[in-house]
Design a protein around this ligand. Structure first.
Ligand SMILES: [Zn+2]
Length: 136
């Protein structure tokens, strides 16, 4: 799980402005180099991160933009699985050694027999954001 501006402030992307502001104020106080009883390198870094997060999340415009970036990152790390199938569920072209499976977008997943690596193969659709998970 990567750190986001939200997780740094101990909030979520559903948190209200007031909640985020309150958390920021608490953390900024805790990690402020002038206030901290023992100020070490880690705390100073944390203070920088807290301020970076706040500077993005405090403005509705930059927060929206950041939310969009997060969504994009999430879609890469958590693929949308259209269906989980076994090799025998796929259509097979014996002459070309290619397996086929229809995607819900109207496109067709296709993969060469030699590319299928066990135990699972995640095949991306060329035309939409869905993936087919093939149990090999
Ligand atoms: Zn598709």
């Amino acid at each position: 799980m990567m750190d986001t501006h939200y997780s740094i402030l101990g909030c979520s992307d559903g948190s209200s402005f007031e909640e985020i502001k309150k958390r920021y104020q608490e953390l900024a106080l805790k990690y402020h180099p002038d206030k901290a009883i023992i100020s070490n390198e880690q705390d100073r870094e944390k203070f920088v991160l807290i301020n970076q997060a706040w500077n993005v999340l405090r403005e509705p415009d930059t927060r929206l933009k950041y939310d969009a970036e997060l969504k994009h990152l999430e879609s890469i790390s958590n693929p949308l699985i259209y269906s989980t199938v076994e090799v025998r569920d796929l259509e097979y072209d014996k002459e070309c050694n290619i397996y086929f499976y229809p995607c819900r977008c109207g496109s067709v997943y296709n993969i060469h027999k030699d590319e299928l690596s066990p135990p699972e193969y995640l095949l991306e659709c060329n035309d939409c954001s869905f993936c087919l998970l093939i149990k090999v």
